[in-house]
Design a binder for this molecule. Structure first.
Ligand code: DX5
Ligand code: ZN
Length: 225
């Protein structure tokens, strides 16, 4: 996975048809997705349940781009090897999910994946100041995690602060939650280079009518061009 700071669009399959992930992934990749964002929820760290490593492993062969796995689970460490085995390219854990984020990020890299660290809206940028050298991606949540389709919370100041903290280091800034053509410009201007979008990509389309996915992706891309 060569590093670059160009804007990547990462559709979240949380907004796809759960009975048809393989075809949904193929459709959204054909329509221009750069990464595939996979939201894992445990009903404990967040008030919703989705799926675990077995599902991730099953959908892996349908992904030709990048499998970007966002863990909204606690604890994280006991499951890192299972997500490596599932084929995750990027594995992101929340800084709020446990007391030892260093150990978690080291274990993710040690298992051969890129390591991401996510921050809830209420968590300051300073929470990751001392673990940036262990991270390949910082995910700034612009909703409280758990559900798709929520209202965007303005985290522009936090993104800009992280961008300054990161400097020349090869660390992506990803923004997740409520990203659409009206909110994307401000997060990219602040320094984000990876945009997760669920409802704003999948709305209006389906596996049998995927053209709207492409229109939606292009609309986000054009909003930040
Ligand atoms: C929220 C998830 C997001 C979500 C984004 O808990 O982590 O990835 O699917 O969905 P939208 O783009 O609809 O806010
Ligand atoms: Zn997510």
């Amino acid at each position: 996975m060569p590093f670059n700071r160009s804007v990547k669009i990462a559709p979240s399959i949380l907004s796809a048809d759960f009975a048809d992930f393989g075809r949904e992934i193929a459709a959204v990749e054909a329509q221009g997705a750069d990464w595939i964002h996979v939201d894992v929820m445990d009903g404990h760290f967040v008030p919703n349940l989705t799926f675990g490593p077995a599902l991730c492993k099953a959908i892996r062969r349908h992904i030709t781009t990048v499998m970007d796995v966002h863990l909204m689970i606690a604890p994280v460490d006991p499951y890192i090897d299972a997500f490596a085995d599932a084929g995750a390219d990027i594995l992101t854990a929340h800084v709020e999910a446990g007391p030892h984020i260093h150990r978690t990020l080291q274990a993710i890299r040690g298992a051969g994946m890129k390591a991401g660290v996510a921050l809830n809206p209420g968590t300051p940028a300073s929470a990751v100041a001392h673990c940036l050298d262990l991270a390949d991606l910082v995910c700034v949540m612009t909703v409280n995690p758990g559900f798709g389709g929520q209202k965007f919370l303005d985290m522009t100041g936090k993104i800009a602060e992280l961008r300054a903290m990161i400097g020349d280091r090869e660390i992506h800034i990803e923004v997740d939650g409520g990203v659409d053509p009206s909110t994307a410009p401000q997060v990219v201007a602040a320094g984000a280079d990876a945009l997760v979008a669920g409802s704003a990509v999948f709305r209006g389309g389906s596996v049998d009518n995927p053209a709207p996915y492409g229109e939606n992706i292009r609309a986000i891309r054009q909003s930040v061009a």
